[in-house]
Design a protein around this ligand. Structure first.
Ligand SMILES: NC(=O)c1ccc[n+]([C@@H]2O[C@H](COP(=O)([O-])OP(=O)(O)OC[C@H]3O[C@@H](n4cnc5c(N)ncnc54)[C@H](OP(=O)(O)O)[C@@H]3O)[C@@H](O)[C@H]2O)c1
Length: 296
C-alpha cells in the first residue's frame, strides 16, 4: 500500500484520522506484536485495540518493533484504544485504569480514546473523565462506540466536549441509518467495526460477482462500499497479504447502481452477541458482558 494514496478524514477538533485501519479484536496477545509490526511495515497508519481485547501489551510491542523496522515515528501512527466497561462510572478508577493502559501500550498518549459501550447510568460520568484526559493531552481525540440515538443525545446533553467519533457496527449487512444521521448532523464521524461482517460477507454471491466485474477481491469490494460513503473503516486480519489486499481500495470506484445493489444486502441485524449485552448499569448485566470476551 502506498500510504500517500490513503485519504484522511478531519475530526470535529481538527485532528486528521486515516480512513482505513487495522483492528486487533480476537488477535491473541502473543500474535498481536507480530501482526501490528506487519501492519506498520505495510504502511498502515491506524491501529485499533481495547483493554477488553487483552492485547494492549502486544500492540505496544508491535508498535515499537514496527516503527523501528519501517523507520517511522510514533506520530505517524494513529493509535486507538477503549475504556473497559468495568472501569466505567468512577472518575478516579477510570483515569487510573487508563494510565495503566498507556503503560501497556508503551506510549504517553493515544490518538483516540473511546468509551467501549454506553453502560447505563455510567457513561456520562465516564465521559467527564475522558474530557479531562483529553484536556490533559493523554488523548488527542475522544469518542464513543455503540451509542444509539437515545444515548448519544443524552451524552450530548451532558457533555462539554462533543465526541469526535461513534464507532458502530456497519457493513452492507447493517447500515444503522438513524444513528449515522444523528452523527452526521452533529459532526461526529462514523467509524465502522466488523466492516466485512466479521468475515460473513466474503462468500456472498453478489459480492463475488462485483469482485469479478471490478477485478478486485470480495473484501476490497465490501470495504470500498463503506469508504465511498465517507465512513472510516477498521478491519481485522492477522495475515500480512490480506492487510495489503484490504488497504488497496483507493484506486477504484463502485458505480452508483452497484452501490445500490450492495445496499440491498441490508438485514439491519446486529451480530448475535450484540443483543446479549444488557445495556445495564446493573452489575449482573455488565458482569455477564465482561465475563465473555468473545462477545465483543
Ligand atoms: N467498538 C466495538 O464494540 C467493536 C466491536 C467489534 C470490533 N471492533 C473493532 O473492529 C475491528 C474489525 O472488526 P472485526 O474484527 O469483527 O472484523 P472484520 O474486519 O469485519 O472481519 C474480520 C474477519 O475477516 C477475515 N478477513 C479479513 N480480511 C480478509 C480478506 N482479505 N480475505 C479473507 N478474509 C479476511 C479475518 O480473518 P483473518 O484474521 O484470519 O485474516 C477475520 O476472520 C476489530 O478488530 C476491532 O478493532 C470494535
Amino acid at each position: 500500500m502506498n500510504k500517500n494514496l490513503q485519504p484522511q478524514v478531519k475530526l470535529n477538533n481538527g485532528l486528521l484520522i486515516p480512513q482505513l485501519g487495522l483492528g486487533v479484536w480476537k488477535t491473541p496477545n502473543d500474535q498481536t506484536a507480530q501482526t501490528v509490526e506487519q501492519a506498520i511495515i505495510n504502511d498502515y497508519c491506524l491501529i485499533d485495540t481495547a483493554k477488553q481485547y487483552g492485547n494492549e501489551a502486544g500492540v505496544g510491542e508491535g508498535l515499537k518493533r514496527g516503527l523501528a523496522a519501517a523507520k517511522r515515528q510514533r506520530q505517524d501512527i494513529f493509535l486507538t484504544t477503549k475504556i473497559f466497561n468495568g472501569d466505567q462510572g468512577d472518575y478516579d478508577k477510570l483515569r487510573a485504569a487508563f494510565n495503566q493502559q498507556l503503560v501497556a501500550l508503551g506510549t504517553d498518549y493515544v490518538d483516540l480514546l473511546l468509551l467501549h459501550w454506553p453502560v447505563n447510568d455510567k457513561y456520562n460520568e465516564s465521559w467527564r473523565a475522558l474530557e479531562d484526559i483529553y484536556r490533559d493531552g493523554q488523548a488527542k481525540a475522544i469518542g464513543v462506540c455503540n451509542f444509539n440515538v437515545e444515548r448519544l443525545q443524552d451524552l450530548l446533553d451532558h457533555a462539554t466536549i462533543k465526541p469526535a467519533i461513534n464507532q458502530i457496527e456497519f457493513s452492507p449487512l447493517i447500515h444503522q441509518p438513524e444513528i449515522v444521521k444523528i452523527c452526521q448532523e452533529n459532526d461526529i464521524k462514523v467509524e465502522a467495526w466488523s466492516p466485512l461482517g466479521n468475515g460473513r460477507l466474503l462468500a456472498n454471491p453478489l459480492i463475488a460477482k462485483l469482485a469479478e466485474k471490478y477485478h478486485k477481491t470480495p473484501a476490497q469490494v465490501i470495504l470500498r462500499w463503506a469508504i465511498q460513503q465517507g465512513i472510516i473503516v477498521i478491519t481485522k486480519t492477522t495475515h500480512a497479504n490480506r492487510m495489503v489486499e484490504n488497504a488497496a481500495v483507493f484506486d477504484f470506484a463502485i458505480s452508483p447502481a452497484d452501490m445500490e445493489a450492495i445496499d440491498q444486502l441490508d438485514e439491519e441485524k446486529h451480530s448475535i452477541w450484540y443483543d446479549k449485552f444488557k445495556w445495564s448499569g446493573n452489575p449482573d448485566g455488565v458482569d455477564d458482558y465482561i465475563a465473555d470476551p468473545d462477545h465483543f
